[in-house]
Structures are given as C-alpha cells and as structure tokens.
Design a protein around this ligand. Structure first.
Ligand SMILES: Cc1ncc(COP(=O)(O)O)c(C=O)c1O
Length: 366
C-alpha cells in the first residue's frame, strides 16, 4: 500500500470539472487584480470567523508582516512567540528589525501562557501565539495578559481556519488574526495566499492600503509607502469555490483523528487529546513517540509517508544564532522536536489506510 502524506493531485482530480469553469469565468472578466471574487472571499471569511473585517493578501507571511508593522513593531522592539512554529512566524519579526523573545510550549505544542508575563519588558510590542496543528492556544489567559500590559496580540492562525477555543473562533481573539491559504492548508489556494481578520476599522483600512502600494482609491495618491501583497482574483475565486467544502473537510479530518485514536496503541503513542474548550481543525495530526526516526523509516519502507513539524526548533536554527539562544533554553520544545511525527490525516484517506498505518505503528512497538 502507498499512502501519501498529502494528496493535492487527488483534490484536483475531484474538483477539476467544476474548478476549471470557476477559473475560466474569473479570467474571462479580465479583472485579475482585485475584483468581485476578492470582495466575496473577504465577506465570507469575516462571517465564518465572526469578525467585522477581513483583508485578503498574498500569503500568511505577509499577513503577519503587515500586522506587526501596523501595530508599530520596529527596530529594537521585542515580540513574544513560541520557538516551535513554521519558520515564518519568527522570520517576520526579524525582518522588521525586532527581536523574537521565545516562550516554551506545553505538552500540546502551544505556547505556555503561564510563562509569558515573565518575558515582558518595556520593549515588548506584541504577543504572537501560534495555533499550531489547528489547536488554539489558551487565548482567554493570553488576552488577559495583553489587557493588563496593553500589548496587542497577533494570532498566527496560519494553521487554524475554523478552529475555536471556548466557542470563539480563531482570528477573533486578538487585535489581528493572520491566516495562510498555502496549498497544504485546510482551506487552500492553488498557490500562495493569505488573509487577515480584525474587528478594528482603522487596522482594516490601513492594511488594505498597505497591501497595494499605499495607494488610495486612485492610483495617483499614496498616503504611505506600502507593499504589493494582494490576493489574486483567481486565487480568491478558487478559495470561494473550496470554501463551500471546508466544513466537510474538517469534519472528515476530525473523524480520521478519532479513528486513529481508536486503533493506535496509546500506551506507546502520545497524543494531546482535544479538550472540551477546544475545537481543533487538524491542519496536522502530530503524535509524540519514542524512537521517532526509526519508526518513520519503518513506515516509509511500508509505503507510509509522514512528516515532522518541525524537526529543528527555531532558536536552534543557524539563522537564529545571532539571537544568542542555546540548546537547553526551551526544554519542552527541544524534547518534542525529537518525538513529534505527523501522520497522514488528509480528507482522502480511507479507513482501510488508517487501519494499515495503525497496525504498522502498533507492530513496530510490539
Ligand atoms: C504557523 C505558520 N505561520 C506562518 C505561515 C506562513 O504562511 P504562508 O506560507 O502562507 O506564507 C505558515 C505556513 O505554513 C505556518 O504554518
């Protein structure tokens, strides 16, 4: 049996007939930058995330960059964030000349909210929790800290569309929520894409302006130097088409997780169970195991493709050297980086395939 970790060719095969019509209709309008599909997408996301505004952009990375920039993060400032995320969460902080100040994570891979306060200094300009794997951070406590110190929160929601915590949607807790529509995400464009959510009208208007060279309504007036960071009308059309199926996709992924948990030997495989307060969208299904590398190789030989999110903690990346962090600074992140294994969870998996994966894992440990 061959089980790919992700299956975008299958996604396209299923969608092809209808999707090509959607693309053709969009391109035929001749409106390729901006346009009605972009506006429709932004309205839909505001509704889904239960926020007032959404701005579509060309990537999750740009959503984070523009949010940090707009909230005043500049050279010499500090931004609190976890060391186990996709590299972009930290890269955007450094690009603005600011310093990422890491806070270790909990067993569930998310930032330990109890250790945030001790890292706050006069230079702290933002707190950036990352809802890793589609599980949200403990946002009520993080918002409490944010209010106490008057420091804005930028949620890195790249992996958490439709996730919620205490029944409040991801992207609706902080000052800004930053999402990715990269092809590997549950709501995926056919290329790069991202979007940003906020309840703040001024942030909304400024980001809209920044994403398009800082231009006002006409191209002739520029209020501030901006970027070019718009979502293409065609990607918006693709996302509008795929949005219709997003709930089903997440339901299927959640069912896949339940099925895994019914069939895996949980004495050998650790998985932080979903709490009552959480609704996890399972961008990834990450288990923690001993002998991870051997297991991965064993599964590979049996046709099962897996991944690791992320094998090198950000504070130990060569790019972080100048920050002065060292091995042993974030013990939970470092320990997890050796144990985490991302199993296939995509919506195209069959029960038979999941049973095969579980059997192989259980056999490995038996
Ligand atoms: C946690 C996290 N933050 C930020 C990003 C960046 O998003 P994008 O690839 O759309 O720029 C990603 C994308 O994988 C991510 O997973």
């Amino acid at each position: 049996m061959k089980i790919p970790y992700i299956n975008l060719t299958k996604q396209y095969k299923i969608e092809k007939k209808k999707l090509l019509k959607v693309i053709d209709k969009c391109l035929s309008t001749g409106k390729w930058v901006g346009g009605s599909e972009v506006e429709k997408f932004e309205k839909s996301i505001s509704k889904i995330c239960k926020v007032k505004y959404c701005v579509s952009l060309n990537s999750g990375t740009d959503a984070l960059t523009l949010a940090l920039h707009l909230l005043g993060v500049r050279r010499g400032d500090e931004v609190i964030t976890p060391p186990n995320s996709f590299i972009a969460s930290t890269a955007v902080i450094t690009h603005l000349g600011a310093k990422p100040v890491f806070v270790d994570v909990k067993k569930d891979q998310n930032i330990n909210e109890n250790n945030i306060e001790e890292k706050i200094t006069k230079k702290t300009k933002a707190i950036m929790p990352v809802h890793l794997t589609g599980r949200m951070c403990t946002m009520d406590k993080i918002i409490k800290i944010s209010k106490k110190y008057n420091i804005p929160v930028i949620e890195d929601c790249a992996q958490s569309i439709l996730s919620s915590y205490k029944k409040k949607m991801s992207g609706s807790w902080g000052n800004v929520g930053c999402f990715s529509a990269h092809p590997l995400k549950n709501l995926n464009a056919s290329g790069d894409g991202g979007y940003l959510t906020t309840n703040n009208k001024s942030i909304y208007e400024k980001i809209k302006n920044l994403r398009t060279h800082g231009m006002e309504e006409s191209r002739d007036n520029v209020s501030s130097f901006g970027y070019v960071s718009r979502m293409d009308n065609m990607q918006a059309a693709i996302l509008n088409f795929r949005l219709k199926n997003l709930k089903n996709i997440i339901n299927k992924r959640r069912k896949n997780v339940d099925f895994y948990l019914d069939n895996l030997n949980l004495n050998r495989v650790y998985f932080p169970m979903e709490k009552q307060s959480e609704y996890n969208s399972y961008h990834t299904f990450v288990v923690q195991v001993e002998k991870r590398n051997q297991l991965r190789e064993f599964l590979k030989k049996r046709g099962i493709e897996t991944s690791i999110h992320y094998p090198v903690p950000i504070h130990l990346q060569a790019a972080s050297k100048y920050l002065g962090y060292k091995k042993g600074d974030f013990l939970e992140t470092e320990s997890q980086s050796k144990k985490i294994l991302t199993l296939p969870i995509n919506q195209f998996l069959s029960k038979k395939e999941i049973i095969y994966i579980c059997k192989m894992i259980n056999y490995f440990y038996s």
